[in-house]
Design a protein around this ligand. Structure first.
Ligand code: PBG
Length: 336
């Protein structure tokens, strides 16, 4: 034994929390939570063109891929053991309209990407976001009538969007629009179209957050939205109990998995949802969280171990998995 173990240690206090932290193998043995590659969903952006890999300025290291390039990126994710990817389109401004009809075009960017991925990388899950904002000229997630995002008329469009994505081969439909009743409506539409096996992960507790800024740059919905906001449908960051009602409704309507978004500032919600319902609860470490962490690491203000630490925190809070732009990076670190 080394010198630091000698002396009167042990007489007082009887309980020493530091014993279980004494060496690396003990720390491993008593660890309560673990982060694994199985917990990761990688969100990625798809853009027009051929041979394109274009970085998102506010998300260093995050690329937009043209359809011919996307499968290779996804192949890399699958080879690292990542179970699922999530797709988001940067739609050409010329294709955007007030009603976002492009969302329901079976040949749109997302559907083309799903087909390319399913053909080349059949062993990975594909999740598609359902909401109109990448396709509307005003950047709102739904149809706007007299300046208001109307609920029930939007539902019909979302149902068509979901079915078109399922037809392309999407495995998980993830409605991010926050309209009332959308999970039940989409479940019904999927079942009626013969897609009973397609899962729904609802963005159940999605907040009207400033942390989505870099994402809106990535898909080009931010400039369309301008000074507008999404506060009449996304949740007020002041509310926690309300998140439980949102989750309860989505589960009653048929959601298979639920999501809390953003992630790190909303860990209390992740925990409450997981403890209250005991259902697969996912957290989205959103674009602004990525930008904060990446920016600080790149400037040398923080060490890169904050990447795995931030993801482990979601597991400790009760998350079944995490959507994170760090997925590839994290998978590589976990494999070491
Ligand atoms: C679309 C959608 C958004 C995000 C995921 N789906 C943006 C928004 O609601 O404005 C944000 C994801 C991120 O910031 O990483 N409804």
């Amino acid at each position: 034994m080394t010198a630091r173990h000698t002396g009167a240690l042990g007489a007082f206090p009887a309980i020493r929390m530091r014993r279980n932290r004494f060496d690396a193998w003990t720390r491993r043995l008593v660890a309560e939570t673990r982060l694994s590659v199985d917990d990761l969903i990688w969100p990625l952006f798809v853009c027009e063109g051929e041979g394109v890999e274009r970085e998102v300025a506010s998300m260093p290291g995050v690329m937009r891929y043209s359809v011919d390039r996307v499968a290779a990126a996804v192949r890399r994710a699958a080879d690292l053991g990542i179970p699922c990817v999530a797709l988001f389109p940067e739609t050409d401004g010329a294709r955007k309209t007030p009603d976002g009809e492009e969302a329901c075009n079976p040949a749109n960017l997302v559907c083309a990407a799903v087909r390319a991925i399913k053909a080349a990388v059949p062993d990975i899950g594909v999740l598609c976001d359902v909401a109109l904002d990448p396709y509307t000229s005003h950047g709102q997630d739904g149809l706007v009538r007299d300046g208001y995002v109307v609920n029930d008329e939007t539902l019909a469009a979302l149902c068509r969007q979901a079915v078109v994505q399922a037809e392309a081969g999407c495995d998980i439909i993830a409605p991010s629009d926050m309209m009332d009743g959308r999970i039940g409506a989409i479940r019904g539409a999927l079942d009626a179209a013969g897609f009973g096996h397609v899962r729904i992960m609802s963005y159940a507790a999605k907040y009207a957050s400033g942390f989505y800024g870099p994402f809106r740059e990535a898909v080009g919905s931010g400039s369309a939205l301008g000074q507008g906001d999404k506060k009449t449908y996304q949740m007020d960051p002041a509310n926690g109990d309300e998140a439980l009602r949102e989750v309860a409704l989505d589960l009653a309507e048929g959601a298979d998995m639920v999501m809390v978004k953003p992630g790190m500032p909303y860990l209390d919600i992740v925990r409450r949802v997981h403890e209250t319902f005991g259902v697969p609860t996912f957290a989205y470490q959103v674009s602004g969280e990525y930008a904060m962490l990446r920016g600080a690491i790149d400037r040398g203000w923080m060490e890169d171990r904050i990447i795995l630490e931030s993801l482990l925190a979601f597991k400790r809070a009760g998350a079944a998995g995490i959507l994170t732009y760090f997925a590839i990076d994290a998978a590589e670190r976990l494999a070491k």
